[in-house]
Design a protein around this ligand. Structure first.
Ligand SMILES: [Fe+2]
Ligand SMILES: [Fe+2]
Length: 294
């Protein structure tokens, strides 16, 4: 518990995040960085950027509600303090991705209608499954649903997006690197805190596993929808050539993303996230439940 207390303390959070990797950033990136002309000028890429960013805002709003809701459900003081730091992290994520929508030209008055228009219905359902546990102050299910499932997913999606933006959009890649560092801490807390609670409450296993299966299903359905909405590979290749970005390699999980069809990219992402769920759930004593493939 002593290690747990110092690793997830407010002091540790201050030193590593606000006074560490977030120092001198403005909405998550070095001041002055802008969205590239490539994204702003091409209607196809522009709409794709807005659509993707809306999913990030939807996911982060859910994480903000969940982490703040879990503070009062937590059985111990150290977890409450950690969740307070996480609440601020999630508020920051919500803010930086909302700011990205403004940077992409979404008017402030149109924010909510833009989110409603592009929010993936399967992602909304994914969030509802989790928030229902939070409403019932179910700490065990809430932490598994948020810190392992939601954040395990977010972590890999951010990494994939970061690999794809590094060469063509440093501003977005920088914004993502801070959120990736935060999510890594949140996932670590979930795994560390929940293992002992599952051991103490073995009767909770079945319904927590059921929630994981349900959330995994909606996650896979969200991935399927997103990759189907992506511009076709030839279109992307043309844009890269026209913008001089053709030489840019974007590697993730050992594969060159620019070589992949959207379907193949969906498979790499889904398999990476599910493989990670499986390993983490086993470590905390839960059995991974395979959802049907949407
Ligand atoms: Fe987040
Ligand atoms: Fe998080």
């Amino acid at each position: 518990m002593a290690d747990f207390l110092s690793a997830y303390s407010v002091q540790q959070w201050l030193e590593s995040a606000p006074q560490g990797y977030l120092m001198n950033t403005e909405y998550g990136h070095p001041p002055g960085e802008k969205e590239p002309q490539l994204v702003l000028g091409d209607p196809l890429l522009h709409e794709q950027a807005i659509r993707t960013t809306v999913q990030l805002v939807v996911g982060e709003r859910c994480a903000l509600s969940a982490s703040s809701g879990l503070i009062n459900a937590a059985p111990d003081e150290a977890s409450k303090r950690f969740l307070a730091t996480q609440t601020l992290d999630e508020a920051r994520h919500t803010e930086v991705f909302t700011q990205r929508l403004y940077d992409l030209g979404v008017a402030k008055a149109d924010l909510e209608s833009t989110i409603r228009r592009y929010a993936n219905p399967n992602l909304v359902k994914f969030a509802e499954v989790l928030l229902e546990k939070i409403d019932r102050k179910d700490f065990v299910a809430g932490v598994v649903g948020q810190n392992l499932v939601l954040e395990g997913m977010a972590f890999h999606v951010f990494e994939l997006l970061q690999a794809g933006s590094q060469a063509v959009n440093p501003k977005f890649a920088h914004t993502l690197s801070g959120t990736i560092a935060d999510e890594r801490r949140h996932v670590g807390f979930g795994e560390n805190r929940i293992g002992s609670l599952i051991r103490e409450n073995p009767h909770r296993k079945a319904d927590v596993e059921k929630m994981q299966k349900e959330m995994s299903y909606y996650m896979l359905a969200t991935f399927a929808d997103s990759f189907r909405a992506r511009p076709a590979q030839e279109e992307m290749a043309r844009l890269r050539r026209e913008t001089g970005g053709a030489a840019a390699k974007s590697e993730w999980q050992g594969v060159d993303l620019s070589e992949l069809e959207p379907r193949e990219m969906e498979a790499v992402l889904a398999n990476t996230v599910l493989g990670e769920f499986k390993r983490r759930l086993e470590r905390i004593g839960l059995e991974y439940q395979t959802p049907v493939r949407p």
